[in-house]
Design a protein around this ligand. Structure first.
Ligand code: HEM
Length: 166
């Protein structure tokens, strides 16, 4: 539905919305802003769009952190090695979370989809409730419409780049 959908009784103009996604949750956006993580433009654009689905006060909270004094700059300018190590530990916990999440998505989306495809290819697989094929354009897309693996790996990698080197 490239042009959206007409919601009768709401608006005569077609409207387009993303599906629900955990990328609309405030907490990881808040951590990214707090730690000064900069995602690559296409991933950042997706995440920015997801912010439009947050409750306004949550979005305002994330923007408040974005506008505040940079923690990263403070740590850098302090020259304190213990502070830098603590900061890097926080960034690496976020990297670990995102790696673990990629494993989950691989198991429950990529491997599950491959299994379903193999089942469909079996002889006698023509009938039954699972016979209908999902549109292939959706195969590599998340519920929020992201290109799943390139998006998730890109934001994991840019999180890692957020570490402060010695
Ligand atoms: C079977 C389990 C899961 C699947 C299949 C899954 C799938 C996905 C997909 C496809 C995305 C990409 C965005 C989109 O297009 O919607 C995403 C993003 C995200 N998911 Fe999950 N997810 C799972 C579990 C979880 C859990 C347990 C958490 C949190 C505890 C979580 C938190 C997030 C967050 C925060 C994002 C935004 C990207 C980021 O900031 O790292 N997900 N997920």
């Amino acid at each position: 539905m490239a042009h959206g959908l007409i919601y009768e009784g709401v608006s005569p103009e077609p409207m387009a919305f993303s599906g629900g996604s955990a990328a609309q949750s405030t907490v990881l956006h808040a951590f990214d802003e707090f730690l000064g993580i900069c995602h690559r433009e296409d991933s950042a654009a997706f995440l920015r769009r997801m912010r439009e689905y947050m409750p306004p006060a949550h979005r305002a909270f994330v923007e408040e952190i974005h506008g505040a004094v940079s923690l990263r700059q403070l740590v850098l300018s302090s020259g304190d090695t213990r502070l830098r190590a603590a900061f890097n530990l926080c960034v690496s916990a976020l990297v670990d979370f995102r790696s673990c999440h990629i494993t989950l998505v691989t198991k429950y989306i990529a491997a599950a989809a491959a299994k379903a495809k193999a089942r469909r290819a079996e002889p006698n697989a023509g009938a039954g409730p699972s016979a209908g094929k999902p549109p292939s354009a959706l195969e590599a897309k998340g519920t929020g419409g992201s290109h799943i693996f390139s998006f998730l790996k890109s934001i994991r990698d840019t999180t890692r780049e957020g570490m402060i080197s010695a």
